[in-house]
Design a protein around this ligand. Structure first.
Ligand SMILES: [Zn+2]
Length: 196
């Protein structure tokens, strides 16, 4: 059964509550979150990419870059200025899509080939670009996988348009560019051909 407090007592309780809130230290909260955000920014690896030879796939590449930048925090892809060293070169040709296996480090270099054979067979250009960039960032193929897996590549199906890495793909890239043993491993360098 609920007890009913007389009105003056309720007013007194409210006043007490307001007093307690009013006297709580307000300076403690804002300072606690800032240092970790700053540290995260300082530790972020920036990799530059050159898509000047991506031809008709330039916008697909730029969409794939946006997907990766929205998906991971330890590494960020930025367009290289003209004449600047690019860690990732993107070249369009008539073969199958393919790429060197990273994880590429600043000052190193890997290549992504946006082979036209992939889209000629009906596969989605943004998914192809995101998949090949996944190789640059150190992800191997995981075939045969579902469409929800970016690195399942063509085995995700010809109608699969998912260009986003799943949780385990994201965390593997975060580890490749984070602190610890995985974050210091050298690029593998193997050429992975994504033939259907
Ligand atoms: Zn692949």
């Amino acid at each position: 059964m609920l007890r009913r407090f007389p009105t003056p007592l309720l007013v007194a309780l409210c006043a007490l509550t307001l007093t307690l809130v009013g006297t709580a230290p307000v300076s403690a909260a804002p300072t606690s979150a800032a240092p970790s955000n700053q540290a995260r920014q300082l530790n972020q690896t920036i990799l530059y990419y050159d898509s000047s030879r991506a031809a008709e796939y330039s916008s697909a590449v730029s969409s794939a870059v946006d997907v990766w930048n929205a998906s991971v925090g330890n590494v960020r892809l930025e367009p290289a200025a003209s004449g600047q060293h690019a860690e990732i070169r993107i070249i369009t040709d008539d073969g199958w899509p393919r790429a060197h296996l990273g994880p590429v480090r600043p000052g190193g270099q890997v290549t992504v080939w946006m082979g036209r054979q992939g889209t000629a067979e009906g596969y989605d250009a943004v998914r192809i670009a995101a998949h090949e960039l996944g190789h640059s960032l150190g992800l191997p193929d995981t075939k045969s996988g579902p469409c929800s897996s970016l690195m399942s590549g063509s085995t995700g199906g010809v109608n699969c348009t998912n260009a986003a890495p799943n949780a385990s793909e994201r965390s593997r890239v975060e580890a490749n560019y984070g602190r610890g043993p995985a974050g210091e491993s050298a690029a593998d360098g193997r050429l992975l051909v994504d033939r259907r």
